[in-house]
Design a binder for this molecule. Structure first.
Ligand code: PMP
Length: 436
């Protein structure tokens, strides 16, 4: 054990203004936070501005950003095309309170790019998109039951709970009533999911097509295909939650990569180019559960900010940047190099651990290599989680709970900087006796 300051103390010493901002926030927000996943000991960084692959905190540190707007900013922070589109529209009306050509232009891009997209409805978030998906599936099938997969996250409405975002407290959440129409099935337990579907009363099965937490717990494409097949055999709709993977795994999302086409797809994050927004898209006949038809009940879907003009233009500009796939392919390549460099760092310091991930993402796990879903979903555990986060921030890198989502603005230079930062962080954590 060295006599140097602990990682957390060193972080506190070099971030006095973020600490003061946190103390102010404690008097305003429960736990001083506006998003549960921003929790960090001793306090989270307070960020002032961002550009490209970088952001800057209140104490003046430049950080390579791997949160990238919780995955929304695959085009990087404040891409000039997106900024210009928003700037122009802001002067032409923030909310038109009417139909507009902006929403049609935005939807046409989605229909062009996403294989399952025939009709679209816009929402204000991913949570709203999955809420609408379940409602449409229930309205279309006339069935009440919904099956979700263990560990898969679909936002925070009661029908998506228990959500188990990253990282979780051991205590069970309170405030959501028991939901007899929601079943959580383990996709790896032989026959368990199939048995639920065989009851013939399931409206839809909703899942992240890459596996839980954007592939942190990988679900093999063959398993996704077999789930879809079993669902269809029993009249159950398949909903892919592509809130993270949409327009990131490929211009057509994960479904275009794995070749399984769902009935419905939920989108958010990238689709709105960094503005709040989401969408439900899918088969025209299923989406028509939302249509006004003489003599038929319909699925209700109001929402003040549906198809918000600023989200429409930011989303359209972003999708145009991604549509040919070349930027995404480059980001995937940089992420692959980064994963290899992070693994080399583990090896160089003889620290048990590994980096892995799909597409333009990575995750770190400390300990022996494993494919145990619980270990993978758990990620980097406390107290190491905060120490790693602080150690990387001290080196100029902002991780997202031991993981990262790259953008097309991240290049080899940022990957190399990050790998160096990780080597330094490992040394610090070893010196402190937090890792072997
Ligand atoms: N689905 C998935 C797969 C997500 O990762 C998230 C958010 N991280 C959501 C839904 C909810 O989206 P939002 O935060 O926009 O409500």
């Amino acid at each position: 054990m060295s006599t140097a300051l602990s990682t957390l103390a060193e972080y506190a010493r070099s971030n006095p203004r973020s600490q003061a901002a946190y103390e102010r926030a404690l008097g305003l927000f429960p736990s001083g936070l506006t998003h549960d996943t921003r929790r960090q000991d001793p306090f989270p960084p307070c960020v002032t501005h961002a550009e490209g692959a970088y952001k800057w905190d209140l104490d003046g540190h430049r950080l390579v950003d791997y949160v990238t707007g919780h995955g929304a900013l695959v085009a990087g922070h404040s891409h000039p095309d997106v900024v210009e589109a928003v700037r122009r529209q802001a002067g032409r009306g923030m909310h038109l309170g009417a139909s507009s050509e902006l929403e049609a232009a935005w939807a046409e891009r989605i229909v062009r790019l996403v294989p399952s997209a025939e009709r679209v409805r816009f929402t204000s978030s991913g949570t709203e998109a999955t809420l609408l998906a379940l409602r449409v599936a229930r309205g279309f099938t006339g069935r009440d039951r919904v099956v979700k997969l263990a560990g898969h996250f679909h936002g925070w409405h009661d029908d998506a709970s228990p959500g188990v975002a990253l990282p979780v407290d051991p205590a069970a959440p309170v405030g959501s009533p028991p939901n007899p129409d929601l079943t959580v099935a383990d996709p790896f337990a032989p026959g368990a999911l199939e048995a639920e579907l065989a009851r013939g009363d399931v409206a839809c099965v909703i899942l992240e097509p890459t596996g839980a937490a954007w592939g942190a717990v990988p679900l093999p494409p063959a398993r996704v295909a077999s789930i879809a097949e079993a669902a269809r055999a029993h009249g159950t709709l398949v909903v892919f939650d592509e809130v993270v993977t949409g327009f990131r795994w490929s211009p057509g999302g994960a479904q275009a990569v794995i070749g399984v086409i769902p009935d419905l797809t939920t989108l958010a994050k990238v689709v709105a180019g960094g503005m709040p927004g989401g969408a439900l898209t899918g088969r025209a006949d299923v989406m028509d559960a939302l249509a006004f038809r003489e003599g038929h009940g319909k699925v209700e879907h109001p929402g003040t900010h549906n198809a918000h003009p600023l989200s429409a233009v930011a989303g359209s500009a972003t999708l145009d940047l991604l549509a040919d796939g070349s930027g995404l392919a480059r980001a995937d390549g940089v992420a692959a190099e980064l994963r290899a460099a992070l693994n080399a760092a583990f090896e160089a310091r003889s620290t048990p651990g590994f980096a892995y991930g799909q597409s333009s993402t990575f995750c770190l796990i400390f300990g022996e290599r494993t494919d145990d879903p619980v270990a993978l979903k758990g990620g980097v555990r406390p107290p190491l989680a905060s120490a790693l986060q602080c150690a990387m921030l001290l080196e100029g890198v902002h991780l997202f709970h031991g993981c990262g989502l790259l953008s097309i603005a991240h290049g080899p230079a940022e990957a190399e900087f990050t790998a160096n930062a990780f080597r330094q962080a490992l040394e610090r954590l070893q010196d402190e006796g937090l890792i072997p």
